[in-house]
Unconditional design. Structure first.
Length: 220
């Protein structure tokens, strides 16, 4: 697998709370230069990025990083992000609803967000570090039924990031219409290749561009 093939699957990411425009601008310039799949950035930067980089695929996050915002708030966040130029949305599920076994609520929220997103991509962050295997399997079914485009392992802000075994579990239980994104803690070329070959269509990381082009690595 070539470096460019890897970079085409990277959501070049910067989501820390203190991200400056200078850092975001550098991220976007790198994404253009190295042809990453997208940049994944805080919602507050979507409009500015769209104005400065008209052809760049901009991904932003909804209900991030804890997921316990009300569905109404998440839907409004999504509407604004799409209106300001986001091409992809990564939403965090309500883990409290999941733990309380309110599975219909979890699915209804994802379905409502996909309805707003339309033909643009919706990724569902399930934060695997907090889940039991039974819950992961149930979420594969929920995400598949909801019409979302991706199931995503992690926010990168939880107690752990992507785990290889979770990708294999997802691959076994999602339908063919759902793709997989791994994120959080993937920092070596070997791991990038390993996760992609296991079935990940996207990798969320701040480190891949630097790792593959010789610059300083990020922290996501």
């Amino acid at each position: 697998m070539t470096d460019q093939e890897i970079l085409h699957r990277i959501d070049h990411t910067l989501l820390k709370a203190v991200s400056s425009w200078a850092e975001i601008d550098k991220l976007c310039a790198e994404a253009v230069e190295f042809k990453t799949a997208s940049v994944c950035v805080p919602p507050s930067y979507v409009r500015s990025i769209r104005q400065a980089y008209r052809e760049l695929n901009v991904c932003t996050v909804i209900g991030f990083p804890l997921g316990y915002n009300s569905s109404a708030v998440k839907l409004k966040e999504a509407e604004i992000a799409l209106a300001e130029g986001a091409g992809e949305l990564d939403m965090v599920i309500n883990l409290g609803d999941l733990k309380n076994r309110f599975f219909d609520r979890v699915e209804a929220e994802i379905f409502a967000l996909k309805k707003i997103t339309g033909k643009k991509i919706l990724k569902v962050i399930v934060e695997t570090c907090y889940l039991e295997e039974e819950e992961k399997i149930r979420l594969c079914k929920i995400v598949s039924q909801s019409g979302a485009d991706y199931i995503k392992t992690s926010t990168g802000f939880g107690t752990a990031g992507a785990v290889f075994e979770d990708v294999l579990l997802f691959k076994k239980h999602i339908t063919e219409t759902v793709k997989i994104k791994a994120a959080g803690g993937i920092k070596t070329r070997e791991d990038l290749v390993k996760f992609i070959e296991a079935g990940c269509d996207r990798i969320g990381t701040s480190s891949a561009v630097a790792l593959l082009t010789g610059g300083p690595a990020g922290s996501y």
